[in-house]
Design a protein around this ligand. Structure first.
Ligand code: KG4
Ligand code: ZN
Length: 411
């Protein structure tokens, strides 16, 4: 929970009533307007949305290139870059939308989970902004925002199953409402995007002419297209654990061993581009896709057994940076077609971090009057914050065995 004392909670209730019933002013007379701000990791994002989800203006500053050069995110560097860019990014989003701060109905900002130093910059800026312009503040959970972005693009009724896969997260959850989630499984170690980024670094893909500006995940997807996924057999993680949790650290170890063996065979040192990078990329991508598909398959069977999804139109939403991977999408399509679920993936632009998804979560909360705080509230950021109610132990206890599925994923 956000740290709000009793006095503030009373004010919050008063503020909520005002927000629900006061006639909006200015441009907001036809629609309420929300400014969303995102700084949880390495993207400084801002966007202004109206109540229907129309994007009136947005701006995004990505730190990807800097972090690619330094070989990973250094939190103090990320913090400094957010600090240097946040004012301009917010200003740009407002200018592009032709909305003045006075016309906003609320400001929504990511406050959890994420890198402490990065979250701090967005939160500090936002609290100053809402106090200066006397606007309500809506703290946002980054993963809830990823999960609900799809509803901005098309009507998707609760409840639905969601797989969130990014550089920082890997989880399966049932979205039952704007602030109501059941967590079925999560990663036990690292996230798939993190694994892809580390494998890409270990392979020195930054030296590859086609990959020098790509994230690890993008580089591996590109190289895998011309690779043979069967040349380096890798074991899919957690084959004997019948739950919906994920693990990628052991797989990364298998890949590192493979790389070391190949370096020895080719007689080259670490840091040299191997001739077999395409095949290693293909094997890595295939094994990650298979692991994600299997855990998702079990989550679907669990949800069906417990009646947790819509019976007429059960849906799987996949989001987060790794969800833009077409091969992983195809692996998940195999599973959803077999189990009769609709598969929805927002376009890549909305899968990765941005201000739009935060503003949209603010709109959803504003509509329902949930989690709206007065301008002078004290809110702390939370680097670690689970999503919803964790029922992963119940999923594990159900020990659902999967029917055997041939993961024949077209390249
Ligand atoms: O959601 P996101 O923008 O940031 C967070 O981690 O929250 O995701 C970034 C991650 C990176 O690890 C990147 O390598 C991965 O998403 N990624 C991809 C692809 N594009 C980005 N992974 C696989 N295939 C892609 N096409
Ligand atoms: Zn994210």
């Amino acid at each position: 929970m956000f740290l709000v004392n009793a006095k503030i909670a009373r004010r919050l209730l008063r503020c909520r009533r005002t927000l629900c019933f006061s006639p909006p002013s200015g441009k907001a007379s036809s629609s309420r307007l929300v400014l969303g701000i995102e700084t949880s990791c390495d993207d400084t994002g801002a966007a202004v949305l109206d109540e229907k989800g129309a994007i009136l203006g947005e701006s995004l500053h990505s730190q990807k290139e800097v972090h690619l050069r330094t070989g990973g995110i250094i939190p103090t560097v990320a913090q400094q870059l957010h600090r240097e860019n946040i004012e301009r990014v917010v200003q740009e989003a407002l200018e592009r939308s032709s909305v003045t701060p006075g016309q906003l109905s609320a400001v929504a900002t990511t406050v959890k989970p994420g890198l402490a130093l990065s979250l701090g910059i967005g939160l500090e800026f936002s609290l100053r902004f809402v106090r200066q312009h006397n606007k309500p503040f809506i703290p946002i959970h980054h993963m809830e925002a990823h999960a609900l972005t799809v509803r901005m693009l098309q009507p998707v009724a609760f409840p639905f199953l969601v797989l969130l896969i990014s550089g920082g997260h890997s989880l399966l959850a049932v979205a039952r409402g704007v602030d109501d989630f059941l967590l079925l499984g999560h990663t036990l170690d690292e996230a798939p995007g993190d694994t892809l980024d580390k494998v890409a670094r270990r392979l020195s893909l930054i030296k590859h002419p086609q990959c020098s500006t790509l994230s690890g995940g993008q580089a591996i997807e590109l190289l895998a297209k011309d690779g043979d996924r069967t040349r380096f057999p890798l074991t899919t993680p957690m084959g004997q654990t019948y739950d919906c949790c994920f693990s990628f650290a052991g797989l990364r170890n298998q890949i590192t061993m493979t790389i070391m063996k190949q370096e020895a065979e080719e007689g080259v040192k670490q840091g040299t581009l191997l001739t077999c990078v395409n095949d290693i990329a293909a094997a890595t991508q295939h094994t990650i896709a298979t692991h994600l598909a299997k855990r998702t398959h079990r989550a679907i069977l669990f949800c069906k057994a417990k009646g947790l999804l819509q019976s007429n139109s059960p849906t799987l939403v996949v989001s987060g940076g790794v969800a833009s991977n077409q091969y992983i999408r195809k692996a998940l399509t195999l599973i959803t077609e077999m189990t009769g679920l609709h598969l929805l993936c927002p376009p890549a632009k909305f899968c990765t971090d941005n201000g739009v998804m935060i503003a949209w979560n603010g709109v959803e909360r504003l509509r329902e009057g949930k989690g709206i705080l007065p301008p002078n509230v004290d809110v702390c950021y939370e680097p670690k914050a689970p999503l919803g109610v964790d029922i992963s132990a119940e999923v594990k206890a159900a020990a659902i065995r999967l029917p055997s599925v041939r993961m024949k994923i077209p390249n």
